[in-house]
Design a binder for this molecule. Structure first.
Ligand code: HEC
Length: 172
């Protein structure tokens, strides 16, 4: 009788231990999968930023040196773009993403119409999943840098260096 009870108890414990370790393995597997998915999303965000040319304007000196380390990307620029719209500055995206949730970013990016030369149409045409991955990628870089200068109205002389956007037509 006694050994039978012990044996039963032992096998019950055994079964529950096994299922416990199965649950742990399952949880670990799920969290690994989540991490792998997260990394794939960040990688796609990096790809979209690179292919979208966002660094050209939002990363200082990128057009002069494409090897600027990723840790310096998207901090905004104080090089003005002066045209009939006034003077604009490519803002600091490393700060912007920390001011909104992922859903707010998707809504903002798919409706915003920034002044030139911001190619906002590219953001409107992006797949929602790509916008979400971009958000995750920028956020993964961490907050960095100062805010870019505020936009100036037409006619106001910038106190920063600037590039003039002015079409010149050949003389007839
Ligand atoms: C040719 C230069 C240029 C490129 C390329 C560029 N931006 Fe911009 N971006 C700007 C400027 C300048 C502003 C500020 C516009 C303003 O003040 O209204 C801006 C503003 C923004 C804003 C704020 C919202 C808005 O529409 O003003 C977001 C978000 C943004 N850029 C994201 C991006 C992303 C993501 C990419 C790559 C797909 C990108 N930009 C490519 C110059 C650029």
């Amino acid at each position: 009788m006694y050994p039978a009870i012990v044996l039963t108890l032992f096998s019950v414990m055994c079964v529950s231990f096994t299922s416990c370790s199965h649950e742990r393995a399952y949880a670990a597997e799920k969290s690994t999968q989540k991490k792998v998915r997260q990394e794939a999303r960040i990688e796609n965000g990096r790809y979209m930023i690179t292919m979208g040319g966002c660094n050209d304007c939002h990363t200082p000196h990128y057009l002069e040196n494409f090897d600027i380390p990723q840790s310096e990307w998207l901090v905004g620029s104080s090089m003005g773009y002066k045209g009939p719209w006034g003077t604009t500055y490519a803002l600091n995206l490393r700060r912007l993403v920390f001011k909104m949730t992922e859903d707010e970013w998707v809504k903002f990016a798919s409706t915003t119409k920034g002044a030139p030369p911001m190619p906002w149409i590219a953001l409107h045409k992006m797949k929602e999943s790509d916008l979400r991955d971009i958000y995750l990628f920028i956020k993964s870089l961490g907050m960095k840098g100062e805010e870019a200068p505020a936009m100036l109205p037409p006619g106001e002389e910038p106190k920063t260096p600037y590039i003039v956007f002015e079409p010149i037509f050949p003389k007839k």
